[in-house]
Design a protein around this ligand. Structure first.
Ligand SMILES: Cc1cc2nc3c(=O)[nH]c(=O)nc-3n(C[C@H](O)[C@H](O)[C@H](O)COP(=O)(O)O)c2cc1C
Length: 378
C-alpha cells in the first residue's frame, strides 16, 4: 500500500484502479431517447481528467420503460453504443477506469426530472408521456404513485434478457466495470424487499426466492461479460428503520452476490419507500460507512462506501481503517472536479501533479514557484 491508503492502487482481476476515489453514478436527465449527447460528453470529460481511480456513467436504462424518466441514458439498442463508447474511451485516455451502471427503475420509473418535481409523470402529459410501470407486485410506492403491473414470468424473462444484451453492449462500448443497480427502490431492490415483493411464486416469499431475480441477472450478465472485467452491485444496505430488509439481510445478500461472481458491493441505502433513510433530520458525513464496514467484514467481500464523503482526511481514514476498499463520491466531485488533486496536495504527495492533465500541472507548478501566497494582496 502507498503511505496514504487513499492513494494506493487497487487491482481486482485484470483491472487496476490507480487510487481509491470513484465517481458515483449520477443521472443527468439530459438524454433524449437514451442517447448520449454533447452534454454527457462534456460532463464526463471533466471527470476523465480529474485523477479518479474509476468513474461511473449514470443509471442507464436496459429498456426504455426501465428509465426513471425521459432524460435518462439508455442501452436498449445498438444505436446507443457509439455515444457510450466515446465516454469510455475518454476515461481510458486519462487512466480512469470506466464503469457504467445498468438499471431498471421498476415501479419508480415514469418520473419527472428532480427539478420538475420528481413525482410520477401525469397521465395528461402529452409532450413526455407517462408509461405503465412494472414491479414484483402491484404495490405502489405510496398513495400518490401509480400502481405498477405485477410482472409475469414472461416480463421477468424479458428484463433478464435486456440486462444480458445490455452487458454485451457495455463490453462493446469499452467499459471495464458494470455496476448493477440493486438499490434505491428500483426493480432489483423491489424484488429483494418484502415491502414491495409479496409474490407467492418462485420470485417471492423466502430470502432465496427474493434474491432469485438478481442471481439470474448476474448469471446472464456473466455469460456475455468477459471474466477479466469487473461487476459491482449497488444495494440498499437497509430499507428503512424498523421495516423491510435489514443490514443483516443485506450481509446475507452480499454473501450470495459474492458466490454469484460480484467483485465489489457498493453500499448505499433506502429508497424503497420513496425517500432516503433518515434517522435524524440531517445526514452526517459518512453516514453509510458503517454499512460498508459490516458488509465488508461479515460477507468477506470488497466494498465501496458512499454518501457524504467530503474531504481527503475522511476518505483516507475510511480506507486506512479497512471500512471500505473504495470511496465513491457524488456531489463533492460535482462541486470540485479537482478534488483528487487537492487531496493529493493536502497529503503532500510528490506525484500530486499526476492527478491533473499535464497542460494544467505544468502551469500550476510554475505559478507556485513564483507566487508568494503569504504576501498581502496588492
Ligand atoms: C445528481 C445526482 C444523480 C444521481 N443519480 C444516481 C444514479 O444514476 N444511480 C445511483 O445509484 N445513484 C445516483 N445518485 C446517488 C449518488 O450516486 C450517491 O450515492 C449519493 O449522491 C450520495 O453520495 P454524495 O453524498 O457523495 O453525493 C445520484 C445523486 C445525485 C446527486
Amino acid at each position: 500500500m502507498n503511505e496514504i491508503p487513499l492513494f494506493s492502487s487497487l487491482s481486482i482481476k485484470s483491472i487496476t484502479l490507480r487510487n481509491r476515489v470513484v465517481l458515483s453514478p449520477m443521472c443527468q436527465y439530459k438524454a433524449k431517447d437514451g442517447m448520449i449527447n454533447d452534454w454527457h460528453l462534456q460532463h464526463y470529460s471533466r471527470f476523465a481528467f480529474s485523477g479518479l481511480g474509476a468513474a461511473f456513467i449514470e443509471a442507464t436504462g436496459v429498456l426504455p420503460e426501465g428509465r426513471i424518466g425521459h432524460g435518462c441514458t439508455g442501452i436498449w439498442s445498438d444505436d446507443h453504443i457509439e455515444g457510450l463508447s466515446k465516454i469510455a474511451k475518454t476515461f481510458k485516455e486519462y487512466n480512469c477506469v470506466s464503469g457504467i451502471q445498468l438499471a431498471h427503475a421498476g415501479r419508480k420509473a415514469s418520473f419527472l426530472r428532480p427539478w420538475d418535481g420528481a413525482s410520477p409523470i401525469s397521465r395528461d402529459d402529452k409532450k413526455e408521456p407517462a408509461w405503465q410501470t412494472i414491479g414484483p407486485s402491484a404495490i405502489p410506492i405510496n398513495e400518490n404513485s401509480p400502481v405498477p403491473k405485477e410482472m409475469s414470468l414472461e416480463d421477468i424473462n424479458n428484463v433478464k434478457q435486456a440486462f444480458k444484451v445490455a452487458a454485451h453492449r457495455a463490453d462493446k462500448a469499452g467499459f471495464d466495470i458494470i455496476e448493477i443497480h440493486g438499490a434505491h427502490g428500483y426493480l432489483l431492490h423491489s424484488f429483494f424487499s418484502p415491502i414491495s415483493n409479496q409474490r407467492s411464486d418462485q420470485y417471492g416469499g423466502s430470502f432465496e426466492n427474493r434474491i432469485r431475480f438478481a442471481r439470474e441477472i448476474i448469471a446472464d450478465i456473466k455469460s456475455v461479460w468477459p471474466d477479466r472485467k469487473l461487476i459491482f452491485y449497488r444495494l440498499s444496505s437497509i430499507d428503512a428503520p424498523g421495516e423491510g430488509a435489514t443490514l443483516e439481510d443485506n450481509v446475507s445478500l452480499a454473501k450470495v452476490l459474492k458466490q454469484a461472481g460480484v467483485d465489489v458491493i457498493d453500499c448505499s441505502s433506502g429508497g424503497i419507500t420513496g425517500s432516503p433513510v433518515l434517522t435524524k433530520s440531517k445526514i452526517i458525513p459518512g453516514f453509510q460507512v458503517p454499512y460498508s464496514e459490516k458488509i465488508k467484514k461479515e460477507a468477506d467481500i470488497s466494498t465501496m462506501a458512499v454518501g457524504a464523503i467530503i474531504d481527503g482526511e475522511q476518505a483516507n481514514n475510511i480506507v486506512a481503517n479497512n471500512r471500505a476498499d473504495l470511496v465513491a463520491m457524488g456531489r463533492e466531485l460535482l462541486a470540485d472536479t479537482q478534488w483528487v488533486y487537492k487531496a493529493a496536495t493536502h497529503f503532500n504527495l510528490e506525484n500530486a501533479k499526476d492527478y491533473l492533465p499535464d497542460s494544467y500541472s505544468f502551469y500550476l507548478s510554475r505559478r507556485d514557484e513564483f507566487l508568494d501566497r503569504t504576501a498581502k494582496p496588492a
